[in-house]
Design a protein around this ligand. Structure first.
Ligand code: GTP
Ligand code: SPV
Ligand code: MN
Length: 621
């Protein structure tokens, strides 16, 4: 084994690992320990430089992992095609290995850390043979910022290294911070495909058996068998959500599956919105909203993850811990998300989209008419009558946030922004109104805790099936969901009442009897965003007009307060968008009761009180 790049010494890994014993617990000792277990051919310490990225990209083109796109049409951009069995997150193989099963809760797969540790030692033994072990020191959030955190990912996938370059801040300065005593999260990733001495590599190595294992107490991550997205870019879901949610619980902050935007109204007043929607339900779209109402401006801060901390003034300060977007390609087009299309004009890594004959990319929804011939995401010839999608439904782009035309100029300010409104959403064809305001913080937590949404292709499972996804965090919370709700209640108490964000729920996906969406969505969501900011102003006494009326489910826009001019919506459509059918909502309440009961008495009484309140309001409806 040869170390091909030198590195500074680093210390301070303070918690004992459940899997390996790194002796003095320095990064160096940990890397040596993991290398001894996984037996790579070489160890390379990464520095995050442009040169490093170019070198790895060239190697991957050579190896057939990446296709270089046409330099004139898509400069600096590449296409990767994954193995057809490795296209999305694998929730069935995602584990939370806390000491006590009740801390993981009934919605996470649990294993005891010692048992999983022993199993992983077997799984990782020799897993990197014939490959290079890359050491990737990275920061989530601006390096050294007060809300930021650092980690080190070990991976045997160069695709993961270049993706980490885009999605996080990779820098040797992370090792200096660790040297100076910063806590860090060790994260080990292997595609799980060791190579024999004479064996040729495949374009997308992976293993049928996968493990995405998290150890909340030792705050470490071990991922095996997948090279795809959140399974493999360990700074994202594994660290910034599952491990960070545990840190946040212990330290009084929040790590959430949310987008973050700044909205400026025609008077020049600024509002910051953080919105939690389940996977593939429109976070990237709303994060890059191009307003259709004159005088309004929306600036992007983040599209997937938000870390928020109460500050000294009792406000909730938020950063986006990521540095790039790993966004869903299908459905992204000039009409639905023109800002994303502009962001993707150069220096993008596409995964599982289709390749055009002139060396560019295509996916369903990019243009109304598909090209006459493509190479589909599986590498096969494709024509419009092939009878299958050309791009995988969960195909994605990886692109630097700084390339986004609507990115806020101060998007990487380490201090973050004060959040004025929290928004929950999901995909609901029925029952849930276009927009609702929570009656109180506790009611807002109830709205978040009871989100249900139709399944998308972002994870394995049957698309379209209705499932609960509380706070859009069901697959991403590193501890028991009801404890997460209790934590939200506690964070609300820690905020100054005047500064506490107001809470809303939206649903762009309600359908009419004809099965079509009732709401035009996309840019027109500006109208709902505008109403939300106006409700924040009213709550602060900055407006005196009436904005809302009470309904059983919360506050709905008062007649005329939501600007619908020019949309051509019929009165019936507007009524249908805001209909709260009492009988159906009584059934929703029954389902919520059953959902809560599944947590065996751990649900905070504030939330069962909220359910009682909903039922009482429905009885009077
Ligand atoms: P993850 O990256 O998986 O966490 O998800 P995301 O929430 O960022 O997903 P994204 O924004 O990429 O969701 C894309 C899907 O939502 C596509 O199918 C879009 O067509 C759909 N979508 C987004 N906004 C709207 C809208 O306003 N109306 C409708 N009907 N669909 C929308
Ligand atoms: C999601 O599924 O919510 C994503 C994509 O954002 S991944 O990072 O692959 O989990
Ligand atoms: Mn996501």
């Amino acid at each position: 084994m040869t170390a091909t790049v030198e590195h500074p010494a680093a210390t301070a890994y303070r918690r004992p690992s459940a899997v390996v014993d790194p002796g003095d617990r320095s990064v160096e000792a940990w890397v040596a320990e993991v290398a001894a277990l996984t037996q790579p051919d070489a160890v390379v310490w990464c520095d995050g430089s442009a040169h490093e990225k170019q070198r790895l990209l060239a190697e991957m083109v050579e190896a057939g992992t990446l296709v270089r796109l046409d330099e004139g049409r898509r400069p600096g951009s590449y296409l990767a095609r994954s193995h057809p069995s490795d296209v999305a997150r694998v929730e069935s193989r995602t584990f939370i290995c806390s000491e006590r099963q009740e801390d993981a809760g009934p919605t996470n797969n649990w294993e005891h850390p010692a048992r999983m540790g022993a199993e992983l030692r077997g799984v990782f033994a020799g897993a990197m043979r014939g490959r290079t072990l890359y050491v990737v020191p990275f920061s989530m959030g601006p390096l050294g910022g007060p809300i930021s955190q650092v980690g080190v990912e070990i991976t045997d996938s160069p695709y993961v290294v270049v993706s980490m370059h885009v999605m996080t801040r990779v820098s040797p300065r992370v090792l200096q911070l660790i040297d100076q005593g910063a806590d860090w999260v060790p994260a080990v990733h292997s595609v799980g495909a060791p190579l024999g001495p004479l064996e040729r590599d495949v374009p997308w190595p992976c293993n049928e058996t996968k493990y995405i294992a998290h150890f909340p107490e030792s705050r470490e991550i071990w991922s095996f068998g997948s090279g795809y997205g959140g399974n493999a870019l360990l700074g994202k879901k594994c660290f910034a959500l599952r491990i960070a949610s545990v840190m946040a619980r212990d330290e009084g902050w929040l790590a959430e599956h949310m987008l973050l935007v700044r909205v400026t109204n025609p008077a020049g007043h600024r509002f910051h919105l953080a919105a939690a929607f389940p996977s593939a339900c429109g976070k990237t779209n709303l994060a890059m909203l191009r307003p259709t109402l004159p005088g309004w401006q929306v600036e992007t801060l983040g599209d997937d993850i938000v870390w928020m901390r109460p500050d000294d003034d009792g406000a909730l300060r938020a950063i986006n811990p990521e540095a790039g977007f790993f966004g869903v390609a299908p459905g992204t087009g000039p009409d639905t998300n023109p800002t994303a299309i502009a962001t993707l004009s150069h220096d993008v890594i596409f995964t599982n989209v289709a390749l055009t004959d002139d060396g560019d990319v295509w996916w369903e929804g990019l243009t109304p008419e598909p090209p006459a011939h493509l190479v589909d995401w599986t590498g096969r010839d494709w024509t419009p009558d092939s009878g299958r999608p050309a791009a995988h439904p969960n195909s994605r782009f990886t692109v630097a946030a700084s390339q986004c035309p609507s990115i806020a100029p101060d998007w990487d300010d380490p201090a973050g922004v004060p959040v004025d409104a929290i928004v929950f959403g999901g995909r609901r064809a029925t029952n849930v109104p276009l927009v609702t305001q929570a009656l109180s913080w506790d009611h807002g937590v109830f709205l978040g805790a009871t989100i249900s949404s139709e399944r998308t292709a972002a994870a394995e499972g049957t698309v379209g099936e209705l499932r609960r996804d509380p706070f859009a965090m069901m697959p991403f919370c590193g501890y028991a969901m009801p404890d997460h709700w209790a934590h939200w209640l506690a964070v609300g108490d820690a905020l100054a009442p005047a500064r506490r964000p107001r809470v809303f729920q939206v649903n762009w996906f309600r359908k009419g009897a004809d099965g079509r969406f009732l709401w035009p969505g996309f840019g027109e969501n500006t109208r709902v965003v505008a109403w939300i900011t106006e409700q924040v102003e009213r709550a602060r006494g900055q407006r005196s007009d009436v904005g809302a009326v009470r309904a059983a489910v919360g506050l709905l826009p008062a007649a005329g307060s939501l600007d619908l001019t020019g949309l051509g919506l019929t009165e019936d459509a507007v009524a249908a968008l805001f209909d709260v059918p009492a009988e159906a909502w009584r059934r929703e309440a029954d389902l919520t009761e059953a959902f809560f009961e599944g947590f065996g008495g751990r649900v905070p009484v504030e939330l069962t009180d909220q359910l009682d309140g909903l039922r009482a309001r429905l009885a009077n409806a």
